[in-house]
Design a protein around this ligand. Structure first.
Ligand SMILES: C[S@@+](CC[C@H](N)C(=O)[O-])C[C@H]1O[C@@H](n2cnc3c(N)ncnc32)[C@H](O)[C@@H]1O
Length: 222
């Protein structure tokens, strides 16, 4: 529990930003990312971005598909403050950002047609991953979709070279839990306890990421 509280504090501090920018439109060119949003979101969809950080993915989704309503939730007060300011500056009216963790999903039972959660589960310890997945399965409508994206499959040698220490398939930096290393098969086996596995894709947000693409799992609620 102490490790979990430390990592929440780490992410809250990491997301503090004094500068906010107006976003004028789409910036992601990746076909897999864009076609996935277009495939699973339509104009009537209610969309959740859980663990949204400073909100880039929900903002990008709002420029990619014309959904009805989007809600971004993150435990980081700093992340949500930044996301809310950017949204206001960018004059986006159909999304809002809320401070909260998986416990606040109880206020949204069977509510979302599509949920995305980007780079969240792979920064959490196993017991919290199960809590989050269970609560997401209640918040997403039956037959609704969940897109879970995680970090690239970096080699441990690379992670070690940038200062991470490995213990029991997890990585730490400065004694803070920073990553849960699992193979794609291990992730899918966990996800399948709460959702049906639909498809796996990879995407990159920049040229630099091309050698190590981010991993994306599409899941369907029972
Ligand atoms: C690696 S960041 C990713 C943020 C964002 N999705 C992105 O892609 O930039 C992990 C995020 O998960 C949030 N987080 C961690 N545990 C959480 C929890 N239990 N409930 C809600 N948010 C959580 C952190 O505050 C942080 O914003």
């Amino acid at each position: 529990m102490e490790q979990y509280l430390k990592l929440l504090d780490f992410w809250n501090k990491a997301l503090k930003s004094d500068e906010v920018y107006k976003i004028n439109g789409k910036w992601i060119n990746d076909d897999n990312f864009n076609s996935t949003l277009k495939k699973y979101i339509n104009e009537n969809s209610k969309v959740l971005d859980f663990g949204c950080g400073s909100g880039w993915a929900l903002i990008e989704a709002s420029y990619t598909t014309a959904f009805k309503k989007g809600i971004g939730i993150d435990q980081s007060i700093n992340g949500i403050e930044c996301a809310s300011k950017v949204t206001e500056l960018s004059n986006i009216k159909n999304i809002e950002f809320i401070v909260g963790d998986q416990n606040c999903l109880k206020n949204y039972q069977n509510e979302f047609d599509f949920c995305m959660s980007i780079n969240l589960v792979d920064v959490l310890p196993d017991n919290i991953i199960y809590d989050v997945l269970k609560d997401l399965s209640l918040a997403v409508k039956p037959n609704g979709y969940l897109m879970i994206a995680i970090n690239p499959d970096f080699s441990f040698e690379f992670l070690q070279s940038i200062g991470y220490v490995k213990k029991d398939c997890c990585i730490y930096k400065d004694s803070i839990f920073r990553g849960n290393l699992k193979t794609n098969g291990e992730w899918i086996n966990i996800f399948k306890q709460y959702f049906e596995f639909v498809e796996y894709k990879e995407f990159v947000l920049s040229e630099r990421e091309k050698d190590y693409p981010r991993r994306m799992f599409i899941l369907k609620n029972f």
